[in-house]
Design a protein. Sequence first.
Length: 363
Amino acid sequence: MHDDAHRWRPAPVPGADAGVSFVMPVLNERDYLEHAVRSVLAQEISGPSEILLALAPSTDGTEAVAQRLADTDPRIRLVRNPAAHIPVGLNIAIRAARFPTIVRVDAHSELQPGYTAEALATLARLEAANVGGVMRADGRTPFQRAVARAYNSRIGLGGGAYHGGTAEGPAESAYLGVMRRAVLDEVGLFDEGIRRGEDWELNLRIRQAGYRVWFDPRLEVTYWPRESWARLVRQFRATGSWRGELVRRFGRRNGMRFFAPPALVLSVAAALVVGVLQLTRVLSGWPSVLASIVYLPVAAYALLIAAVSAGRGGGRGTRDRLWTLAVLPSMHLAWGTGFLQGVLRGARGTVDTSRLARNTPLP
């Protein structure tokens, strides 16, 4: 389905052999980096390519892996990102890029074969400024598989197109993204003051400038989620905090799905308060009966999570289902708590500290 009713500005369409620059911010990714880089080097396109690794100060030996890879292939270029923040690293890599199309890659992800060629064809066909596809989360351990199932579920992350959409069309943002460099230069690259959600904010500016941002479900990227409960909670709390900051800045331009987790947190808090008042007999009689209404949304949520965990979305076997039962509310409550913090007092430089710990190696 195309959006021909809307008059979009056409983005520049370079020649088929003009070349592509892959950009990847990297911090403490020793055991994931080579998998990600190999998936990039395996992409088949008609023109030249390069991959720029924006290296933040890692503590796990990532830089040695990056240097070894660069020594084996001239397409790999290393640039320094001393600030260690993702948008800063992306901008450093983009400014150093040589080619007119930018492909963002995450060190925790792997591009599927044909990803870049398909994206380039879609960009040219639609004269779009940015195109993204589907994040296919995967895992190796029971916990990581549970997180992956949550990522791939409409219940887990709210049903954004890149978490399982099947119909191509205009989008508010794009997962990772294959972008025209000329448009990025025009709108001003990534906002380096935004630590999470920087892609959504950039795509907002691209759309406000009149260009197309497009979702193409034929584009698939494998994503490896966080490997421990503590890291997952830290990640989601930071992400929620920055979404709250974006709501402060851009208000109703944010989709309604972003308000579900904070509503859950407020419902749980209200239920806890009412429960304490009832147990201490401060609240009794008809007022207590009426106040018990606050339990209904929490009970409905608990039943939903239990049903998802017990069903096909919960995985195989009791262990998988128990992890799913733990992971879903952990994600929602951490994200919602961060969101409320971000809305009430701003993100205030909140950093995703889950990226600072050692990663679990892939087999």
